[in-house]
Write a protein that binds this ligand. Structure first.
Ligand code: PLP
Length: 450
């Protein structure tokens, strides 16, 4: 009998060769932290719908959804058509162009808080811009964020994003660390205590459905309370909707929960699978990047070579025109619920201390939580401490689980993934089968108890 890792090494021998070469080029052999995997990653050469293909044409059902950028699956025809046409018309004019107006108009039609729009190139840029503008607008220095919430990798907001949440991130000066206040998630009393005592807080920023798209979920009541408190203390509220924008609902989490922040950051689906982001929000705040603000000494400088580039604009327009129907969300959410339910049935049948949870199109895995009697089907993440949810997986089980799923044609990251409107019942059936097969292998290897 071969172990899962032995099978993986053998089946993906060609990928191992590429990974070896990549290790001579890139730190860890990868180009994004979350693409790192042990013993080595698989290499993908093409994708379509809910699937992607690797070396020797190996097929995988894809739950990465382009790190969340692909609500419609890979290569939706409308987006392909729009980008193909645009490619022949030019990728960068170094000038204003009509498509940016069309794109921006769609954003303002869909996102309730969007009185004004500024396009950027990524989610990281959008959140960086949001807090700089919040500081400019309020004249205060500090940012309040929540442990586990991810807003990109720049100095102020990468702090507290990963477990253990208190440790310093190397390379970030103490002066910057002193301006980022990290609150436990969903703790409205802790927020009020900080807002009451510290008069240098410019803004509160959060992922509105919770850390990492709901690994530690947050509900509408908390959002409403935050809205009231920030208004009471004169502090700006920023929703980071880089993932949730256009995914949770056409108008993002703010439309779903009917809570309107002062500013919102967007990326991923916004640009239809191409690079792009935006900061949107109240006119009087966004106006601080205008030339008029210079007269008051308040202008925030904001260039950016690829802001609203025509290629991303064409993809974004095609995508948002489909998003606005609300149809893709229904399918992506329905299929995610079905997958969560069916995976939990497997977990309960095997009596494992694992759970699959999530909301909307999110699939979150908690592997080895230690509560042997808890039924996966009844798992309620709102009742759990955030440290157990984010970073609480049994690390020893994650690699064999991931490798076993890949061997069975499923690319679901160890901590979960997302569905798209391209996922079908057949994909779900195959994923559940892959999950069962992997658990059987793990049991046979003695990795989990019989
Ligand atoms: C909620 C959230 N904010 C910000 C970012 C950063 O976006 P980008 O990777 O485009 O810089 C991400 C990326 O995953 C995200 O999920």
């Amino acid at each position: 009998m071969h172990t899962i890792l032995e099978r993986y090494q053998k089946t993906f021998a060609k990928d191992r060769e590429l990974a070896h070469a990549a290790n001579q080029l890139f730190p860890d052999g990868v180009t994004h932290d979350s693409r790192y995997m042990s013993p080595f990653p698989v290499y993908i050469t093409r994708a379509d719908g809910a699937k992607k293909w690797g070396l020797e044409d190996k097929t995988f059902i894809d739950y990465w959804a382009g790190h969340g950028a692909l609500l419609l699956g890979h290569n939706p025809p409308e987006v392909v058509e729009a980008v193909t046409v645009q490619l022949h018309h030019g990728t960068h004019y170094g000038a204003c162009h009509p498509l940016e107006l069309e794109w921006g108009t769609l954003v303002t039609q869909l996102i309730p808080s969007a009185e004004r729009v500024r396009f950027v190139s990524s989610g990281t840029e959008a959140t960086l811009m949001a807090i700089r503008l919040a500081r400019t607008y309020t004249g205060r220095n500090k940012v309040l964020k929540f442990a586990g919430h991810f807003h990109g990798w720049h100095d102020s907001l990468i702090l507290g994003a990963y477990p253990p949440f208190e440790i310093a991130v190397p390379g970030i000066p103490q002066e910057v660390r002193d301006t980022t206040l990290i609150c436990p998630p969903n703790d409205i009393d802790a927020v009020e205590t900080l807002l009451k005592t510290d008069k240098d807080i410019a803004c509160v920023i959060l992922e509105p459905t919770g850390a990492s798209f709901g690994v530690v979920p947050t509900d509408g009541t908390f959002l409403q309370q935050l809205r009231e408190l920030t208004q009471k203390y004169g502090v700006l509220l920023i929703f980071d909707e880089v993932i949730t924008g256009f995914r949770v609902a056409p108008g993002g989490a703010q439309a779903h929960y009917n809570v309107t922040p002062d500013m919102t950051t967007l990326a991923k689906i916004l640009a239809g699978g191409l690079p792009g982001g935006a900061l949107v929000g109240k006119k009087e705040i966004l106006e601080l990047i205008s030339m008029q603000a210079e007269q008051r000494g308040l202008k925030m400088p904001h260039p950016g070579t690829f802001n609203a580039n025509p290629l991303s604009a064409s993809a974004g327009i095609a995508m948002l025109n489909i998003v606005k129907t609300g149809e893709p969300h229904k399918q992506a959410h329905r299929i995610a619920q079905q997958l969560r339910d069916e995976l939990n049935s497997v977990i309960d049948a095997y009596r494992l201390d694992w759970a699959v949870y999530g909301e909307f199109s999110g699939i979150k895995l908690l592997i080895g939580h230690g509560e042997k009697e808890a039924r996966a089907a009844d798992f309620n993440p709102y009742a759990w401490d955030y440290r157990k949810l984010k970073g609480g997986n049994n690390a020893q089980l994650l690699t064999p689980l991931r490798c076993g799923l890949l061997l069975n044609g499923v690319d679901l990251a160890s901590n979960g993934g997302m569905t798209t409107s391209a996922h079908t019942e057949a994909d779900i059936a195959q994923t559940v089968q892959a999950f069962e097969q992997t658990i059987d292998w793990m049991k046979a290897e003695g990795l989990i108890a019989n």
